[in-house]
Design a protein around this ligand. Structure first.
Ligand code: SAM
Ligand code: ASE
Length: 348
């Protein structure tokens, strides 16, 4: 039965033990991020001792020393020994992705994972038993109102928008160039949130106009906290289920389909099809499962995340194709980027 396992894995289950530790490794990075360790080390001209870091960040010396040592252990920080004192410094990766200020910062993604996703995953057993999200048990909010739970306070909305914003740091360019979209003159990013992906679109297709459509509170917060100088994108407020959607040649749905039930997805895609001119299209952006659902692990884990937090799931290509064809779209093209998110283009 277990003939595919090597004798050494049976004698000592290395991989299993490493997986068990996974959540603690995550929390080591998350905690350092929340405490400001990476920001301090970035701005410091020289390597710092644990005593120095502890003093600057108002923590215990002992706790900070253990945390810094663990960060060295997982190769996020570096250490050197000088006159019997350990001096810690950042790696290039930590400076680029973990410090707050950098252009490629994933800080906001980490904060959301640590403060919102982590508590939700604590109820994974119940989510699997019940087959539904855990917003009620975790936060006391109704399971049916997914975004009411996500936006339960202004602070939570800002954190969620920070998460959404930071994902496109890594995948944005690959997504907007997965297909040549230069033929689409007007582009609307439905549920476009902070406008991060829309800005990538506007950069890649400078002669197209790009509009971000989202709920009124989200548009207001995007304008207030995520606007950029010389923004080439516009915002429009509305509700893509209960209201009108703007006219466009290309409708972008990035991480929208995976939030909702089959029925709601079909309603939304039909509505888009009705608004879509001949030759127009819809671009879906999702972490696509393999057809047999045997990977990628990222998409399998994301699908569990959709279970604890939304009413949706991650899907394999055939399910997107079927949804699109049922909604009236003709040709469907698929592009796997090799990163977390993939693109599907369907035209009318
Ligand atoms: N497209 C963005 C991205 O991938 O970064 C954000 C994706 S986020 C998971 C879903 C977005 O849909 C949120 O910005 C949310 O506010 C928006 N949304 C949810 N329900 C909506 C509705 N009924 N009408 C318009 N936007 C909605
Ligand atoms: C959604 C995307 C996300 C709704 C809730 C979400 C993500 C986290 N929570 O549409 C981003 C991708 N998934 C993970 C696990 O980070």
């Amino acid at each position: 039965m277990a003939e595919h396992l090597s004798q050494s894995e049976l004698d000592y289950p290395f991989k299993l033990l490493e997986y068990f530790n996974g959540f603690r490794v995550s929390k080591v990075i998350f905690s350092a991020c929340e405490l400001g360790v990476f920001d301090l080390l970035l701005t410091s001209a020289e390597p710092l001792s644990a005593v120095h870091v502890a003093r600057e960040l108002s923590t215990s010396q002992d706790g900070m020393e253990r945390l810094l040592d663990a960060l060295v252990g997982i190769e996020i920080l570096e250490v050197e020994q000088r006159d019997g004192t350990a001096l810690y410094s950042s790696t290039d990766v930590a400076n680029l992705y973990l410090a707050k200020g950098s252009a490629k910062s994933l800080h906001d993604m980490i904060i959301y994972q640590s403060q919102t996703i982590y508590p939700l995953w604590n109820n994974m057993v119940d989510a699997v038993r019940e087959g539904k999200n855990q917003n009620e048990k975790t936060f006391g909010l109704p399971a049916e109102e997914v975004f009411q739970a996500m936006y339960r306070s202004e602070e939570e909305m800002l954190k969620f928008m920070g998460l959404m914003n930071s994902s496109w740091v890594l995948d944005g360019h690959d997504i907007v160039t997965a297909f040549n979209l230069s033929g689409f003159r007007t582009i609307v990013d439905l549920g476009g949130c902070t406008g991060a992906l829309a800005r990538e679109m506007a950069k890649a297709y400078p002669s197209s106009s790009v509009v971000v459509f989202d709920l009124p509170q989200v548009v207001e917060t995007a304008r207030k906290h995520f606007a950029q100088e010389n923004d080439r994108i516009d915002f429009q407020a509305g509700d893509f289920f209960s209201g009108e959607i703007p006219a466009a040649d290309l409708f972008v749905l990035a991480r929208i389909i995976h939030d909702w039930s089959e029925e709601k997805c079909e309603l939304l895609l039909k509505k888009i099809h009705d608004a879509c001119p001949p030759g127009g299209g819809v671009l879906l952006v999702e972490a696509m499962l393999l057809e047999n659902r045997r990977g990628p692990v990222t998409a399998q884990i994301f699908s569990l995340n959709m279970l604890v937090q939304t009413e949706g799931r991650e899907r394999p290509p055939s399910q997107y194709t079927r949804l699109l064809q049922r909604s009236g779209f003709g040709s469907v093209q698929l592009c796997r980027t090799g990163k977390s998110y993939d693109a599907i283009l369907a035209t009318r």
